[in-house]
Design a protein around this ligand. Structure first.
Ligand SMILES: Nc1nc2c(ncn2[C@@H]2O[C@H](COP(=O)(O)OP(=O)(O)O)[C@@H](O)[C@H]2O)c(=O)[nH]1
Ligand SMILES: [Mg+2]
Length: 380
C-alpha cells in the first residue's frame, strides 16, 4: 500500500522535525517507506528547513512546499496536500499536525491500516486534557452526534486518515475551498463530508494528544467562527442527511484506547468571562434577531452567573443555524461571546474533576443535543 503523510504548517519550527521523524519511522516500519510532504503557509521561523533537515530512514522521501491557494490557512495547505496525494496515486493519505508532541510511528499505521481494510475516513480518538479542545467539546462533537447520528468523539481533531476515493470527493468541489474550509473550517468539512456521503468511517485509538494548546479567550475566537460557520454551511448543504436522524450510532474503534492524564492546559477564566460580556454587548443587536426570546433571556441570565446548561447551549446553536439558513446570520462571529460564556461554565464545573470525569459531562451533552433536536427541526 502506498502511503503519504501530509503535514500542514505555519511557524512550527520548534516541533515539526519531531513530527516528520516520527512519521517517517512509521512509514518505513509499517509500509516499507513512503512520502512525507509538508505544505507551509510561508513561515518565517525556519519551519521548512526543519522539515528538510529532519533525519529520516532510507525509503522515505521528504518534500516541502509553500501552497499557492490564495487563502492563508490550514485548509489551503491540506487541499494542496491532497492534490499531491492524488497526483502520486497514493492509497492512503495521513494528515498530522505539525505541533504534535505525542505522535509516535504507530500513529501512521493506525491511520493508514484501516484504509487498507476498506475504510475511507479514519478519525482520531485520543485523550485530551479536559480544557483542551473546547470547540470540539462544546460544538463539533455534540453537533455532529446529534445532527448526523454518528458518535465521532474527535470530529475536528486535526489528524486524519483518508482514502484516495474520498480525496476525489474533497477536491471535486472547487468552490468550497473559497470559504472558511480553506482555514480552520477544513476539519469539520472533512468529517462531515465523509459521513454525509455515507463513506465508511472509523475511529482509531491513539493514546494522548499533546500539542501547543491555546487559551480560548485569547486565541480561539476566529477558529470558532471558521468552524461553526462551516458547520452551518454544511447543515444547509446536507439537510437531507441529518433532518430525519433521531438516534446516536456508535462508530467502530480500531485498537485499544490507553488511559492517562494529559499535561494540563492553561485557561484564563477571568478573560473568558470578561470577553463574553464585552462581545455580547457589541453583538446584542444582531443576537436579538438570531435568538428566540426565551434563548435570549436565558443567555442574559447566564452572562450574570456563568451557569450555562446544555439545553440552553443547544438552543443557542440551533437558533444560530436556523438564522444562518435564513441569511439573518452571515457568519458565526456574533456567537463567540456565548461560546466563551459556555466555556467559562465548563471550566468552573470541571475545576476539581479529572479528565475522565469531565468526559462524562461531554458525553451527556451529546445526548442533550439529540433530545433537543426537535427544537432545531421546528425552526429550520
Ligand atoms: N499552512 C498552514 N498551516 C496552518 C495554518 N494555521 C494552522 N496551520 C497548521 O494546522 C495545524 C493545526 O493548527 P493548530 O494551530 O495547532 O490548531 P489546533 O491544534 O486545532 O488548535 C498545525 O499543523 C498548524 O501548523 C496556516 O495558516 N497555514
Ligand atoms: Mg495544535
Amino acid at each position: 500500500m502506498k502511503v503519504m503523510v501530509g503535514i500542514p504548517s505555519y511557524n512550527n519550527g520548534d516541533t515539526i522535525s519531531f513530527v516528520v521523524e516520527q512519521a517517517a519511522k512509521g512509514l518505513e516500519k509499517y509500509f516499507g517507506g513512503g512520502l512525507v510532504v509538508n505544505a507551509d503557509g510561508g513561515s518565517s521561523d525556519g519551519t521548512r528547513d526543519a522539515v528538510l533537515s529532519a533525519r529520516v530512514p532510507d525509503g522515505v522521501e521528504v518534500r516541502s512546499f509553500v501552497y499557492k491557494w490564495p487563502i492563508p490557512g490550514k485548509g489551503s495547505a491540506m487541499k494542496e496536500l491532497m492534490e499531491v496525494a492524488r497526483d502520486e496515486g497514493v492509497d492512503a493519505l495521513v494528515f498530522v499536525d505539525s505541533d504534535l508532541r505525542s505522535i509516535t510511528p504507530e500513529w501512521i499505521y493506525k491511520f493508514a491500516k484501516p484504509i487498507e481494510d476498506g475504510y475511507d475516513f479514519v478519525a482520531p480518538l485520543y485523550i485530551r486534557h479536559k480544557w483542551d479542545g473546547t470547540i470540539t467539546n462544546n460544538i463539533a462533537y455534540p453537533m455532529t452526534a446529534a445532527l448526523y447520528g454518528k458518535n465521532i468523539r474527535q470530529p475536528i481533531g486535526g489528524d486524519f486518515g483518508v482514502s484516495a476515493k474520498l480525496i476525489d470527493v474533497y477536491l471535486g468541489d472547487e468552490e468550497v475551498w473559497k470559504t472558511d474550509v480553506a482555514r480552520f473550517g477544513v476539519d469539520i468539512f472533512l468529517t462531515t463530508t465523509a459521513i454525509a456521503n455515507d463513506f465508511r468511517v472509523i475511529q482509531t485509538a491513539l493514546g494522548l494528544k499533546i500539542h501547543d494548546p491555546k487559551d480560548p479567550a485569547a486565541s480561539l475566537g476566529p477558529m470558532f467562527n471558521q468552524v461553526v460557520g462551516t458547520l452551518f454551511m454544511l447543515m444547509v448543504r446536507y439537510e437531507d442527511a441529518w433532518k430525519e436522524v433521531g438516534t446516536l450510532e456508535a462508530v467502530p474503534v480500531w485498537g485499544e484506547l490507553v488511559k492517562g492524564e494529559p499535561e494540563p492546559v492553561k485557561v484564563t477564566l477571568s478573560l473568558l468571562k470578561e470577553r463574553a460580556r464585552e462581545l455580547f454587548s457589541e453583538n446584542e443587536a444582531v443576537l436579538q434577531k438570531v435568538l428566540s426570546e426565551e434563548t435570549l433571556k436565558g443567555v442574559m441570565e447566564a452572562l450574570k452567573t456563568f451557569e450555562f446548561d446544555d439545553v440552553l447551549w443547544s438552543h443557542v446553536l440551533y437558533d444560530g443555524a436556523a438564522a444562518y439558513r435564513r441569511g439573518i446570520l452571515k457568519n458565526a462571529e456574533p456567537l463567540i461571546p456565548l461560546y466563551f460564556a459556555k466555556t467559562a461554565d465548563f471550566i468552573e464545573k470541571t475545576m476539581e474533576m479529572s479528565t475522565l470525569e469531565a468526559e462524562k459531562l461531554i458525553e451527556e451533552r451529546a445526548r442533550v443535543f439529540l433530545e433537543e433536536k426537535t427544537y432545531l427541526t421546528e425552526k429550520w
